[in-house]
Design a protein around this ligand. Structure first.
Ligand code: GDD
Ligand code: MG
Length: 394
């Protein structure tokens, strides 16, 4: 694959924010092809992509998605990656989780590949988390709460348990399997290009097509993403004193991390997770004067943003869903210790304008989930190790 090199980097303490790099060519030919070296563009050989993907888990969080879309998604994950599906789908009245398992089983029969599928509320997983002291993702009954983030965190723990090096997330409600393939290739390209071990790759969709009266319209920015990005950029601008628009992937559901980084970040519940990942890094490593979080000799954390060639088409879940996501995302930014008054005002203005908050109200404070590395991992691993067979499909 061929991808643009680094163009511009914004730095917040030890956190390096790379501006968007576009994918130029999805397939750049054979490894052995001799060609003149291009300027400002990297050719990443298939063998390199494959080697990284062998070390990569793709976690697919899913909740009551159409089976056709779920099947699309699993069929697009590259062969070398291990798939882990974390489902929060209904068990009654229709056992949708069972249907997902069957679909995966058929896929594994055809491909002779192994995959893992777990229900988010599986009692054994909940017990393992209780034993490990990970109450942040449990409800009052000790069962894992609803929420996309809660499913993703289980995926991180399993990836660590399996000893894999990278974890990538891909949503299940995807109409085009080819985009899934592209995301996983972009993740590998990002890890290859990164200069630091602690690396995160966030995907920017090229377009998000919408149906208008005149036909298809290839929209560039999602409604929530545009506002989340503006607020995150405002937060960074006021910290550094220099206005920036470096963040273009504040809500990127499709993103990947080195597992060493994934296990060290505190998360936020539900749909606040993606902006919170950035905020947690700024809070911990951003060298923010009023937080006193300066770290001498700390190597650095790198965030790459990669723009795909394919447009992204997923389920339209309605205005209420969009509103909740916006409130959750801006709530995370608003309540971050890094957020200054100017950015808080911008958030309040935006939410008031949209009719999502009344004057004098504040957006919701996100439920935080401590970093996975802070739990008693051995206790988790012991229970999961004894039961892993139950979750493997082959
Ligand atoms: N395991 C699990 N548990 N998965 C869930 C849950 C849950 O409680 N809730 C939703 N999911 C799954 C969905 O089935 C889907 O595969 C994925 O998480 C994303 O959820 P959507 O409901 O489709 O969210 P979205 O498309 O509006 O937003 C996505 O894109 C945004 C960026 O535009 C999400 O990935 C957001 O987190 C992201 O910010
Ligand atoms: Mg979706």
């Amino acid at each position: 694959m061929r991808i643009e090199g680094f163009r511009y980097t914004e730095r917040l303490g030890a956190v390096l924010l790379r501006d968007v790099q576009k994918i130029i060519e999805l397939d750049s030919g054979m490894d052995s092809d001799q060609e003149e070296e291009a300027r400002g563009v990297y050719k990443i050989n298939e063998s390199i992509i494959h080697d990284i993907q062998k070390e990569m888990v793709i976690v697919i969080p899913t909740k009551n998605e159409k089976l056709k879309l779920f099947e699309n998604c699993i069929s697009g994950v590259p062969n070398a990656c291990l798939k882990i599906i974390i489902s929060n789908s209904d068990i009654t009245p229709l056992n949708r989780f069972e249907l997902e398992k069957e679909t995966l089983q058929q896929f594994c029969d055809f491909t002779r590949r192994r995959a893992i599928i777990i229900h988010q509320k599986d009692p054994i997983i909940s017990r393992a988390l209780q034993e490990a002291g990970y109450t942040d993702i449990l409800d009052e009954e000790g069962i894992v709460r609803d929420g996309k983030a809660e499913g993703m965190v289980i995926g991180i723990l399993l990836t660590k348990f399996l000893g894999k090096k990278y974890i990538g997330f891909i949503d299940a409600d995807n109409y085009f399997p080819g985009t899934v393939l592209e995301y996983a290739r972009a993740y590998a390209a990002g890890f290859y290009l990164s200069k630091y071990e602690q690396c995160m790759v966030r995907i920017l969709w090229r377009y998000k097509p919408k149906i208008h009266e005149q036909g298809l319209y290839f929209k560039r920015w999602g409604r929530v993403s545009e506002i989340t990005n503006r607020c995150l950029n405002s937060l960074i601008s006021f910290v550094s004193g220099f206005e920036t628009d470096v963040i273009k992937t504040g809500n990127a559901g499709e993103h990947a991390m080195a597992i060493s980084l994934a296990e060290s970040i505190p998360y936020a519940s539900g749909y606040a997770i993606e902006p919170q990942e950035l905020l947690s890094l700024f809070e911990e490593y951003g060298d923010i004067p009023h937080l006193g979080n300066h770290r001498d000799g700390f190597k650095g954390i790198e965030i790459l943003q990669i723009e795909t060639r394919n447009p992204h088409l997923h389920e339209n879940k309605g205005q209420e869903h969009i509103n909740q996501m916006l409130l959750a995302s801006l709530g995370a930014i608003y309540h971050s210790d890094v957020c200054c008054e100017e950015t808080k005002n911008l958030i309040l203005e935006e939410l008031n304008r949209q009719g999502l908050l009344r004057l004098g109200e504040e957006p919701p404070r996100p439920k935080l989930i401590k970093a996975p590395k802070e739990i008693d991992f051995e206790a988790f691993a012991n229970i999961v190790g004894e039961n892993l067979d139950k979750y493997i499909v082959q």
